[in-house]
Design a protein around this ligand. Structure first.
Ligand code: GAF
Length: 386
């Protein structure tokens, strides 16, 4: 896969369907600056959209069916309303497309038949939300092509429904919100209960800073089952504490809440979520005051909490964080659901190469597969391309 991602989607469309697409729609991947496993606890998150994007080239089809080609496969996947209306009937990567169609139809929208070709620079399985990217790009294409009456602030919930109920992954609303509502130069402060957002200025260039994303290349270890288990354990804890969600446990009441829980593992899970919500709020305060460097210790504390309390990190991830910090990063943490995926590190722009090299050297010492590191800037969310 080489060349510009939009050109690849267009070329794929022409080759598969022998016609010109009516348009091209793009949606990015995301990283989460801070606020992990807080979204499904009705809490706070602070992600931003990446410059890496998924592009869908598409046109209407008058047979009322859908055909989707992706550069991950040779042949297009084809289906009609019967398959789209039954969660699970379409599987693999195409389930994210069918899921969006399912969620639109379930919400009463008249989804037009379409042909779609998908190309992506968002790596699959790295924890950068390639699934939310394809959901959002397909959603943008179908809303536009069909002239559907669906304002963009309702897209995240709809895309989440596709993932929860069609694909069957019990994720929260962070990823879809980030890739749809992200804005260049800003992090998205999202209250996952009310879906209220505030765009928080995060101008790395002006501050002489960089955010490095390190793809740990760690094999995913039971990520789906462990994610679902964490979610269940949080829901059980909320019930035991008599609150609607762990977001309702105030930081000042944390010790009292922990004292009411018998199981030490559950106490650790609750402590992570409640302290992580507070770290998001503290990070937002610092960024509002323009103090970007000062968020470093909060990022690192978030990592320690995920490692020790939520227990979702793996050796490759911890190694990358430690090496980045030892090489002078202001802060570093795992980003995303865990059990592999990526680390982000906040560094001086002119230290980016040294930190990248230090992480690679630490990996080599431990005999891990070489990591892949790239600097990223907060980028725009889902959009139609010119
Ligand atoms: C994954 C999920 F999709 C998100 O909803 C969120 O829970 C995240 O893990 C952890 O913060 O990306």
């Amino acid at each position: 896969m080489s060349g510009d991602v939009a050109a690849r989607a267009t070329a794929g469309f022409r080759q598969r369907y022998g016609a010109e697409p009516a348009g091209r729609w793009a949606a990015p991947g995301r990283v989460n600056l801070i606020g992990e496993h807080t979204d499904y606890n009705d809490g706070f998150v602070l992600p931003f959209a990446l410059p890496l994007r998924t592009v869908v080239a598409a046109a209407l089809a008058d047979d009322g069916r859908w055909s989707v080609w992706s550069e991950l496969d040779d042949e297009p996947v084809e289906f009609g309303p019967a398959e789209a209306d039954e969660p699970g009937r379409v599987d693999g990567w195409a389930a994210y497309v069918a899921g969006v169609i399912w969620a639109l139809r379930a919400a009463g929208h008249d989804v037009p038949g379409a042909r779609l070709a998908v190309a992506s620079d968002v790596p699959v399985g790295s924890g950068l939300s390639s699934s939310a990217a394809i959901e959002a790009a397909v959603l943008a294409a179908l809303v536009d092509l069909g002239g559907l009456d669906l304002p963009a602030d309702r897209w995240p919930r709809l895309a989440q429904r596709a993932e929860n109920d069609y694909v069957g992954a019990p994720t929260g609303i962070m990823d879809q919100s980030a890739v749809i509502r992200g804005r260049s130069g800003h992090a998205l402060f999202l209250d996952c209960r009310t879906e209220e957002v505030e765009q928080i200025p995060f101008d790395l260039d002006a501050a002489g800073l960089a955010v490095l994303v390190v793809d740990s290349r760690a094999p995913h270890r039971h990520a789906d089952g462990e994610y679902a288990a964490r979610r269940k354990s949080c829901e059980r804890a909320a019930k035991a504490l008599g609150v609607a969600a762990l977001r309702d446990v105030a930081t000042a009441d944390l010790d009292a809440a922990l004292a009411r829980l018998d199981d030490p593992e559950t106490r650790r899970r609750v402590r992570h979520v409640v302290t992580e919500d507070q770290r998001v709020l503290d990070t937002v305060e610092l960024l509002r005051a323009g103090r970007i460097r000062d968020i470093g210790p909060l990022l690192t504390a978030s990592h320690a909490s995920m490692r020790d309390d939520f227990e979702i990190t793996v050796p490759e991830i911890d190694t990358a964080v430690e090496a980045a910090l030892a090489a002078g990063a202001y802060g570093a943490r795992m980003t995303g659901g865990g059990f592999g995926g990526c680390v982000l590190a906040l560094v001086d722009a002119d230290a980016a190469d040294a930190v990248t090299a230090a992480v690679a050297a630490a990996y080599a010492d431990r005999g891990f597969t070489a990591p892949h590191t790239l600097p990223v800037l907060p980028s725009p969310g889902a959009t139609r391309l010119a």
